[in-house]
Structures are given as structure tokens and as C-alpha cells.
Design a protein around this ligand. Structure first.
Ligand code: AMP
Length: 215
């Protein structure tokens, strides 16, 4: 099963990917996570990736496609989180799947209005130790103690691009580059739209309804 999660920033791609991955035993490929790992290296490439991400723009297709090709090598079923983000990447992914004799089974489009997503970006925090994603703006996703991981008891971290200014640029990039993919996949008859501003448990129930049909 190959699935794409298509969504504006802070719609819950990471949270829902984690749930899908553990329920359906798929590999989770998040290009955002891969880029954040690459940024930790501190080399020239890391500095230039961080600059692009902090400006809310897209990292070059060449870098992204190299990352994706490496990740897809041994994977038999994947949840793609944050890829493809433009038409070039979408077409390239179609070609890659064809060369591997695989098909794209579903595209889950998590949609939500800009104001709700902006509030979520500001409330979002991650445990640097176990990776659990929290959100002080969403019931059911708040940590028990403010800014502390429930499992590891360590302070939560905030992404450098999770602020009001970068969100505005990321949203603009999304509308311009990524949103056109809604029509691209909808014309292939594999896209399902789900309201991402609902409770995350309800969002997952709706995702499961889609995935159970194609399992
Ligand atoms: P995300 O964690 O998916 O919100 O991604 C964080 C940032 O990484 C984005 O705002 C982009 O700057 C960059 N990024 C992630 N995925 C891609 C992609 N497929 N193509 C280009 N840039 C990406």
C-alpha cells in the first residue's frame, strides 16, 4: 500500500502518519524530518537547507528526489508525508513507482482553514527524545505538564519554522506549489478530502475508512 498525505502546514500530517504507520505497518517517509536530520550535520548543505526552510520556501527538487529515491529503495509500502510538494515531484514519483512496478493507492487530502492552522503552528512542540508531537492548541494533544514530554520528562522543542512569519510564507508556498496537486490526484480518482480541523482521533477514523477499502 502506497499512500500520500497531502496537506497545508500544521494540518497534522506528522501525527496522522505516525498512526497510519503503526496500524498498517508501512514505512513513514517525511521529507521534512529527513531535511531536519540533514540540517543537524552543520555543513554547507545543512546551512542552505535551513535557510530555505526558515524562509518557508521549497528545497530544490534535486535534493528532495535524491532523498526519496534512497528511502524508497527497500520499501514495500509507504506513507509519504510532505512529498510530493509540486507537480515536478508528483510526476517524478509516478515514474519512480512505475519503474518499481508499484501503484499509488490513495491520496489523503487533509484540509483546514488558515487561521486554525496558524494557531496550531504556534502551539506545536516535539519531544527531542521520542519524537512525540504535542500541541497546546489541540485538546488531546497537550502535554500533561506544560512543555514537558509525558513519556521522557524532557523539555519539548519547537521547530525554527513554526512561527507566525514563516507560517505565512509556508502557507503561500503551499497554495502556489502544492495545492494544485489536489486537482492532479483528484483527476486520477484516488484523492479523499478530510477535514483536518476535527479532533485528531476523528481524522484517523476517516483515514481508516479509506485505507480499509484498499487494504
Ligand atoms: P514539513 O515538515 O513537511 O512541514 O516540511 C518543513 C519544510 O521542509 C518545508 O516548509 C519545506 O521548506 C521543506 N520541505 C519538506 N518537504 C519538501 C519537499 N517535498 N519539497 C521541497 N521542500 C520540502
Amino acid at each position: 500500500m502506497n499512500i500520500i498525505l497531502l496537506a497545508p502546514p500544521a494540518a497534522g500530517k506528522g501525527t496522522q502518519s505516525a498512526r497510519i504507520t503503526s496500524t498498517y505497518h508501512l514505512k513513514h517517509i517525511s521529507t521534512g524530518d529527513l531535511l531536519r536530520e540533514a540540517m543537524k550535520k552543520g555543513d554547507e548543505m545543512a546551512v542552505s537547507i535551513k535557510k530555505v526552510c526558515d524562509e518557508g520556501k521549497l528545497v530544490s527538487d534535486d535534493i528532495i528526489l535524491t532523498l526519496i529515491e534512497n528511502e524508497l529503495k527497500d520499501a514495500s509500502g509507504v506513507v509519504l508525508d510532505g512529498f510530493p510538494r509540486n507537480l515536478t515531484q508528483a510526476v517524478k514519483y509516478d515514474e519512480l513507482l512505475e519503474s518499481l512496478n508499484q501503484t499509488l493507492d490513495a491520496v489523503i487530502y487533509l484540509c483546514g482553514n488558515k487561521e486554525v492552522l496558524e494557531a496550531r503552528v504556534i502551539g506545536r512542540a516535539t519531544c527531542p527524545s521520542c519524537g512525540t508531537i504535542y500541541n497546546s492548541m489541540i485538546e488531546g494533544q497537550k502535554p500533561q505538564v506544560e512543555n514537558i514530554c509525558d513519556h521522557c520528562n524532557v523539555a519539548l522543542t519547537h521547530r525554527s519554522d513554526d512561527n507566525k512569519e514563516t507560517f505565512a510564507a509556508r502557507y503561500e508556498t503551499y497554495m502556489h506549489e502544492t495545492e494544485p496537486l489536489v486537482r492532479y490526484y483528484s483527476s486520477k480518482g484516488i484523492l479523499t478530502e478530510i477535514d483536518a480541523t476535527q479532533d485528531p482521533d476523528q481524522v484517523f477514523v476517516e483515514i481508516q475508512k479509506v485505507l480499509e477499502k484498499i487494504k
